[in-house]
Ligand binder design. Structure first.
Ligand code: ITT
Length: 197
């Protein structure tokens, strides 16, 4: 199946392609009229609400185009830092661009309580039905940046199920095996094994 991932984030597309291609699915970024989609993200309390808004917008972008019958994937994700009451959460993308990783590390300066989790909600619209799945990756925030793999907060995020390295220090496959996105996308490909929560 060809899956069009409606996202402006090329790293998300690469991670989904690596996961779905061995299952025989081809993943490409959704491009409409030469542009990747720009979503109006609602001021929402949760990833679920944002993901639902994205899938509706993505579906309406392809109506009447040759892509109208394609499977469309969206995903909304974020980093939730416990000591900061879940911040940046649904605002992760904006905070990464504005405060940067250095700014986030400064917010935790001197704190021993560094627990955090990445969360993702993925929705695929197959035309006749829509599947949804979520994924969580628990871990903590490093004392300083380590590694330059992955994207976003990966150089400062240490997954609990790893060996102490940040996601920024791991290969793409190592990250995918543990990550929130890997889990959410696996949930879509094996809906009978991982019921959506
Ligand atoms: P689209 O909305 O176009 O898909 P986006 O990057 O803005 O792209 P989100 O709104 O879902 O996506 O924001 C997710 C942000 O959370 C992302 O930009 C990063 O700052 C952070 N994030 C999510 N998953 C991450 C991961 O696997 N590694 C590092 N940072 C991640």
């Amino acid at each position: 199946m060809e899956i069009l991932f409606a996202t402006g984030n090329e790293h998300k597309v690469a991670e989904a392609a690596a996961l779905f291609e061995p299952l025989g699915h081809n993943v490409k970024a959704l491009v409409v009229d030469g542009e990747s989609p720009e979503f109006v993200e609602p001021q929402a309390n949760g990833l679920e609400e944002v993901a639902r808004a994205k899938i509706e917008q993505a579906r309406s972008m392809v109506i009447g185009t040759p892509l109208a019958d394609s499977a469309i994937l969206v995903e909304d994700s974020g980093l939730f830092i416990h000591a900061l009451g879940g911040f940046p959460g649904v605002y992760s993308s904006y905070v990464e661009r504005s405060l940067g990783l250095g700014g986030v590390l400064r917010l935790l300066d001197g704190s021993d309580y560094r627990g955090a989790e990445y969360r993702a909600v993925a929705i695929i619209d197959l035309g006749d039905r829509t599947l949804r799945a979520s994924g969580v990756c628990r871990g903590g925030i490093a004392e300083e940046r380590r590694g330059d793999g992955g994207f976003g907060y990966d150089p400062i995020f240490i997954p609990e199920e790893g060996d102490g390295r940040t996601f920024g220090q791991m290969s793409a496959d190592e990250k995918s095996a543990l990550s929130h996105r890997g889990r959410a996308l696996k949930g879509l490909s094996e809906p009978h094994k991982s019921p959506s929560k």
